[in-house]
Design a protein around this ligand. Structure first.
Ligand code: GDP
Ligand code: IMO
Ligand code: MG
Length: 410
């Protein structure tokens, strides 16, 4: 059955939640494959706004199911909070969510380490302080806990006591929760989501269902924040490209489409290179018109112009097949709209950066296109054609407002 991925192609917050929510009514499953509660995906249902951090953006109109995959890092208390919010309006909805037994857990210690590392860095990353980096560090150093570890209480207690003494030796005062406090918090969170009838499952069971059921993979963050191909070290700690579907036993080439959600301009929250950043009044106008404040931390987002070299890079890195352009409405009323067509790197013109280091030294080269007042204006269509010609890929959908149905297909 049909399998697609919807990912972010920039530095996150492209409007993935809205686009996933638009597509989701046609899919049996919506699955997150990476990240954790650092994500903030905004959706609307009947004029009410919801922000999903961990929960996949399942359709609230249909009986679609949500899967939290093994590549994710799960904060169980946060998951419980999100489920409680949805339960108020959609009683029983928790039973439509499935948590992979192999997903990693974010422990309270990971959040304390996140704070600590940021305070020690001469160049902080600007993390969301949700414990994401340290949880993935524990995973790759093989000290992490997984959901299935909560099913063996004796072993869990031994492991937590061992971890506590290790972390205390490493980070001293920065570690403020005891192993028993961590145990209590984990079990409270786990028992709560179980009481709401969240299902535990494995990707092998899901894989077998995909012969007869369709799936939409919901990416988190964006290609430029990917641990391998993003603007390292100013990135998150997980795979943000569509290749993250490998944790489901699938290859990206088995997907029917990889849709990249792209904002009509560019934003970034947190530190790190941003070649097309505009710190002038125009950037402020973009922030104010686009309501560019983080859905997770409320921080103001940095703003700038559409960056074609970074999109060319994202298309290659994530096997993107189609684009969905969002927030086109925010550019309404500009006399001119800037687009970066290539970078100047070490005095050479480059269409695409070769290494992520290039992003920090790239000078953007712009063209100015005529602006538009209304998306029906010819100049807006010219803007879209310019993007398509320069990227060699189709802009299949255009989103012009935060509500689910404020979108058209071209
Ligand atoms: P995500 O992390 O990619 O899901 O994006 P966020 O939810 O963090 O941020 C996108 C913001 O833009 C949210 O406030 C959305 O409601 C809003 N949004 C999404 N699409 C559009 C659009 O086409 N136009 C406008 N004006 N707002 C949009
Ligand atoms: P969605 O899915 C935008 C950024 C943080 C920081 C860096 C590392 O909503 O698009 P982390 O807490 O992950 O260690 O922070 O990554 N970041 C995001 N920026 N959207 C996101 O998610 C983000 N998730 C992390 O601001 O710069
Ligand atoms: Mg977001």
């Amino acid at each position: 059955m049909k399998k697609i991925a919807v990912i972010g192609a920039q530095w996150g917050d492209e409007g993935k939640g809205k686009i996933v929510n638009y597509f989701s009514k046609n899919y049996d499953w919506v699955a997150r494959f990476s990240g954790g509660s650092n994500a903030g995906h905004t959706i609307f249902f009947k004029d009410k706004k919801y922000v999903n951090h961990l929960l996949p953006s399942i359709s609230l109109e249909t009986q679609s199911k949500g899967y939290l995959g093994s590549g994710m890092v799960i904060d169980l208390v946060q998951m419980g909070k999100e489920l409680s919010t949805l339960e108020k309006d959609f009683q029983g909805i928790s039973a439509r969510f499935y948590l992979d037994l192999q997903a990693s857990l974010v422990l309270p210690w990971n959040k304390q380490e996140d704070e600590f590392f940021e305070s020690q860095r001469s160049e902080p990353v600007g993390t969301t302080k949700r414990g994401i980096g340290p949880a993935y560090t524990d995973k790759t150093s093989r000290e992490g806990l997984r959901v299935y570890d909560l099913l063996d209480i004796n072993r869990l207690k031994i492991k937590l006591s061992e971890l506590y003494s290790m972390k205390k030796k490493l980070y001293g005062q920065a570690i403020t929760s005891s192993d028993m406090q961590v145990y209590d918090e984990l079990m409270e969170g786990f028992n709560f989501i179980k009481s709401l009838k969240v299902n535990l499952m494995t990707s092998i069971e899901l894989y077998h269902m995909l012969d007869t059921q369709s799936i939409l993979f919901e990416g988190a963050q964006g290609v430029m924040l990917d641990i391998d191909c993003g603007t390292y070290p100013f990135v998150t700690s997980s795979t943000c490209t569509a290749h993250g579907v490998n944790s489901f036993g699938l290859s990206v080439t088995e997907l029917d489409e990889v849709y990249a959600v792209v904002k009509a301009y560019t934003t970034r929250v947190g530190e790190g290179p941003f070649p097309t950043e505009d710190s002038s009044d125009k950037g402020t106008i973009l922030r104010e018109k686009g309501l560019e404040f983080g859905a997770t931390t409320g921080r103001p987002r940095r703003t700038g112009w559409l960056d074609l070299p970074s999109l060319r890079y994202a298309i290659l890195k994530s096997k993107i097949t189609k684009l969905v352009l969002t927030k086109a409405d925010v550019l309404n009323g500009f006399d001119e709209v800037k687009i970066c067509t290539h970078y100047e790197i070490d005095n050479n013109n480059q269409d695409i950066p070769y290494s992520t280091k290039d992003f920090s030294i790239a000078k953007p080269v712009y063209v100015n296109l005529k602006g538009w007042h209304d998306l029906k204006d010819k100049t807006f269509e010219e803007y879209l054609l310019f993007i398509e010609k320069n990227l060699g890929i189709k802009v299949e959908f255009v989103s012009y407002g935060p509500k689910t149905d404020e979108i058209f297909k071209r």
